[in-house]
Design a protein. Structure first.
Lengths: 241, 241
DNA sequence: CCAAAAGTGTTGCTACTACACCCATGC
DNA sequence: GCATGGGTGTAGTAGCAACACTTTTGG
């Protein structure tokens, strides 16, 4: 009988099937009152000319989260530094990619509008998303309102991303990575309304948010308005007891 | 310039890294008032003698869900037929398996106690689970209360599985796959209490469940008791409007 | 009748909603 | 002053938790 060290020395990984593993990153934000995502135009087959999420193969010694951050950093400068990143789901239908079997681990990244806008280069677009509330795929619209054909199963990935956001909005602080460091309650409400796709009651929203204990008043006020300047708040992570 | 068909004919998948992809299935139930999971004793290196979730490599043309059902069917007869199955999370730390890089897609399967008990063979055990409410790994206990050493990162997988169950219990019908076809409200409450790890108020629980609209009264009553026989209910899936 | 567990009525609390209103600022 | 959006007070309502209570069975 071998001991564990001997076993590992003789182990031959090639006797088991090996697959391509990729990550796809849905870098999302809220722009002009609707959820939006960064899409890149495919410049190669397959699905040439269609729009897809930034993605890439996972290296042999690379962690999944690391691969997702690398892919984000590659597309514009909105990569690793502090962006909210969470694994979404793993898509592995045998025919999801016509090249070969590719298992794709989808990630959700959340960024403030300005940071994501800075990552838009000539081959990329910040697409507005429309996701029905029940089931069904997402629809992506370009800057002129034209529908953007999506590559692979990315319409499903995007639908899941938005629905995950919707579900978490109420009881986890996912809205804050979508906003700048300091923000007004109105901006926070705009983010919630955009993600949920419906309007919310203002006083109820204010109180709910303040009661959560996630917000810290800075005492500062936003300027540049012709009306009463709103107070700026900052996100304070919940206390671990 | 190639067209898509030509491109695909010439595509060489071997230029990109290929990894081993596995599925691990946490087949869970509620037994004697606590969550329990089916674990198998490892009869080979690595982690020889430790306890692990049933798992296996994903075949080149096999869907991820199909692989999970195959793995479940292999361990006892509690496989594909109708068991609740849901993807949990994908674990891909480069060093999580000492043999080689293995990305593992973890699945959660839910079964009634009798069905899972039937799958316990001499190399398997139905382990009771203890999962702290905040963060931290799961602890598995054998039939005599002895702690079972877990292989790989399976303590993390199990912690996530139980926490996922806890989170969904209130607003999705995840409790029903853990019960037989017909069950009493007391049994349903026992399942909830076992998963949550705390007692619930009986009248409040009854009404909440009946108000959900998920339950259909059968009119039948359970027998064999020395007291008033409780009514048997059946799960009715929520109406899609 | 008694024990045991099923099942119900009632009350009070908490959280959220809706509506109306006041406040502060630039022009 | 006045227009505009920020911010607050107050009441109504729905859902849930706690407690005490009644009901139904086997022995």
């Amino acid at each position: 009988m071998l001991n564990e060290t001997e076993f590992l020395q003789r182990y031959d990984a090639s006797v088991y099937p090996r697959l391509s593993v990729a990550v796809d990153a849905a870098a999302m934000t809220v722009a002009d009152g609707v959820p939006a995502v960064l899409l890149v135009r495919r410049t190669e087959h397959p699905h040439l000319g269609r729009w897809s999420l930034p993605g890439g193969f996972v290296g042999p010694a690379e962690g999944l989260d690391d691969a997702a951050r690398r892919v984000l950093a590659g597309k514009g400068g909105m990569g690793g530094e502090g962006a909210f990143l969470e694994q979404l789901y793993t898509f592995g239908a045998p025919d999801r990619d016509p090249r070969t079997r590719i298992v794709s681990v989808a990630y959700l990244a959340l960024l403030p509008h300005e940071r994501l806008r800075a990552a838009v280069d000539p081959d990329a677009v910040l697409a507005r998303l429309s996701v029905p509330s029940g089931t069904g795929p997402a629809e992506a619209l370009g800057p002129d309102g034209e529908p953007l054909p999506l590559a692979f199963d990315h319409a499903d990935v995007l639908a899941l991303a938005v629905r995950r956001l919707r579900g978490r909005l109420d009881y986890t602080p996912v809205a804050f990575p979508l906003l700048p460091d300091r923000f007004t309650l109105r901006q926070l409400q705009d983010v919630h309304e955009a993600v949920l796709g419906r309007t919310l009651n203002k006083p109820a929203f204010r109180r709910r948010m303040l009661d959560r204990g996630w917000l810290e008043a800075t005492g500062e006020r936003a300027g540049g308005t012709s009306f009463r300047p709103p107070e700026l708040f900052r996100y304070r992570p919940p206390q671990e007891d």
